[in-house]
Design a protein around this ligand. Structure first.
Ligand code: GLU
Length: 444
């Protein structure tokens, strides 16, 4: 049975790179009917923080990556110590003050409380070869690898050591992680061999570059997953996007639901070359998911965004909210767009865009607005078709082109120059609000 793990360190928030690693592990487990294990690598007690852990767990759950088992390395220090002792007894490791050797593994730069000697693994000269499921054969000459610290002088295990002990103890048979760990793999394989553990299969996912071709930075997409959520991305859309950052369902297909992906995915088909983070593509995928979302679900997802902008929708009926959402659904890029674009449907004191006002409402429309309001009040039945007929009839009588009146009316009713069709806006605002808003521009 396939057993894979995602092993985040709670020393920072979950980002695009980490969540793609989580996705590929989770997807592989689900595609193969295996198990997805979450291992929290919180051995660095000083840098690990509960708020990071919480964000990582929340973000994984939000994206739907449910785990079958969870472990915390901070609760397993006895196990690492025991295994290190075993290597000492077998003569494969030795104790030394880290300052007295040039072994690798004590963190540089961080203040380590040196209470005891470190336990250091002897690295023998040999060639390590492994077959990466994505990159093919990779070989390293261990002549360049120094002796490795297993247990640091502060008593905590190093990453490479804890990782091997746990991958073996947790029966992990496929290690899927970022390319940045390729240089750790030979060090880990030497430990497996020394411990007589069977070496797992490895798949190293190519780097994700920022849109500028460099490392992912805050500016080029290295944003916490919880921030994407707050910015109004749908989990399904983000997951779809992460999927494309390293795999393709074939053809030119870009929208692929997770159920379908589970059927088609194989780690062997992951891309071999670096992916580039592309915000425009993420936005496009998000808009596609919003477009096809069930309007009821979408309305529920939008409510916190409305509330955040101080828009109280509780005084409106559910049907009204649904109708308004439908008007915008086809054009939203993110959920956050909705309160910004649809505010005038939920409050009267919306801001009128000063440029729009300057452009369309400097001339006096008192006569036109008054006539239109009077006719709308008397209009029966009041629906989108009759509203349009009424408006067009008025244009003919006044000898105006439709754009000469459409824009001023729209700006007066919505504060904006763009939005859904004007007659739909008038219909959903209703006679009373339309009357009030247009009359406010009539000079007495
Ligand atoms: N805690 C390590 C990291 O976050 C895990 C690496 C691995 O998957 O082995 O990079």
């Amino acid at each position: 049975m396939v057993r894979v793990r995602f092993a985040p360190s709670p020393t920072g928030f979950l980002h695009i790179g980490g969540s793609r690693t989580a996705l590929f592990n989770w997807l592989y487990a689900r595609a193969k009917g295996g198990k997805f294990i979450l291992r929290i690598e919180d051995t660095d007690v000083k840098r690990s923080r509960p708020e990071y852990l919480e964000e990582i767990l929340d973000s994984l759950s939000w994206m739907g990556f449910d785990w079958d088992e969870i472990y915390y390395q901070s609760k397993r220090f006895d196990i690492y110590r025991e295994i290190a002792e075993r290597l000492l007894q077998e003569g494969k490791a030795y104790r030394a003050s880290p300052s007295g050797t040039d072994a690798e593994g004590e963190e540089d730069g961080t203040e380590i409380e040196k209470k005891q000697d470190a336990i250091i693994f002897k690295v023998a000269q040999q060639k390590v070869v492994f077959n990466d499921l994505i990159h093919g054969e990779i070989s390293f000459d261990t002549g360049v690898i120094k002796d490795q610290v297993l247990i640091k002088s502060d008593g905590t295990p190093t990453y490479n050591f804890a990782c091997v002990v746990d991958d073996a103890a947790m029966n992990i048979n496929h290690v899927i992680r970022g390319d940045d760990h390729i240089s750790n793999t030979p060090k880990q394989i030497l430990l497996y061999q020394a411990l007589n553990f069977s070496v797992p299969e490895y798949a190293h996912l190519p780097l994700i570059l920022g849109s500028d071709g460099g490392r992912l930075s805050k500016r080029t997409g290295a944003t916490a997953i919880s921030d994407y959520r707050r910015m109004g991305y749908l989990a399904e859309a983000l997951v779809n996007y992460l999927l494309l950052l390293g795999w393709s369902p074939g053809g030119n297909q870009e929208i692929i639901g997770i159920r379908d992906a589970i059927k088609k995915f194989d780690i062997k088909n992951a891309n071999k070359t670096a992916a580039t983070f592309d915000m425009d593509k993420l936005n496009w995928i998000n808009s596609q998911y919003i477009k096809i979302a069930d309007t009821l679900d979408l309305s529920a997802a939008l409510e916190p965004f409305l509330k955040e902008q101080g828009l109280d929708v509780s005084k409106f009926s559910k049907d009204y909210l649904l109708s308004v959402v439908k008007l915008f659904q086809g054009r939203l890029g993110t959920l956050k767009d909705f309160p910004a674009w649809a505010d005038f449907f939920f409050k009267d004191d919306f801001v009128v865009d000063p440029q729009a006002k300057e452009k369309y409402l400097t001339r006096d429309f008192s006569r036109e607005f008054k006539l239109f309001v009077d006719r709308l009040q008397a209009l029966e039945p009041f629906d989108i078709v009759t509203i349009e007929q009424c408006f067009r009839g008025l244009l003919v009588e006044l000898g105006l082109q439709s754009r000469e009146l459409i824009h001023p009316v729209r700006v007066a009713l919505t504060g904006k120059t763009i939005g859904p069709g004007l007659f739909e806006v008038i219909y959903y605002l209703g006679k009373e609000r339309v009357g009030r808003r247009l009359t406010a521009w009539v000079k007495q």
